[in-house]
Design a protein around this ligand. Sequence first.
Ligand SMILES: CSc1nc2ncnc(N)c2[nH]1
Length: 157
Amino acid sequence: MGVPNKVLTLVLIREEYRILLGMKKRGFGVNRWNGFGGKVEAGETIAQGAKREVEEECGLTLTEFEEVGRIDFEFVGEPQILEVHIFRGDKYEGELQETEEMRPEWFALDAIPFHSMWPDDAYWFPIFLRGSKFKGYIKFEGHDKILDCSLEELETT
Ligand SMILES: CSc1nc2ncnc(N)c2[nH]1
């Protein structure tokens, strides 16, 4: 039995024609437009962790959100799989704010900055944006090279 997965959240808040991303100012994924999220803490559900991270990273309080995907990420040379639970944020309250972690910005759906994002996003964003649920496995070598990618669309809503 290998190392248990590291459970993480990733929240993409989307409106009809735009999606909210955050420029990561430090740490994992720095200098890339990211979704909001992070670790799930002891004593909280995955959904509670997702909501907490959004609040901490951009000041918004999710009032309606749904888990729509799950991707297991492997990084060559690292035994721990990152088990990322992906949520679509539908409704929120509060004022958008920049934090030490993230600089938030809205992007038109036809102008998503994939060149400045994690390379896996180009694979699964189209599935996410057409409202499907999905699961997948993506193997990275370093932070820029994808060695394997398998994605399964589970239902089209
Ligand atoms: C580890 S792979 C990864 N892809 C991502 N896409 C968008 N936001 C993130 N935080 C992401 N992490």
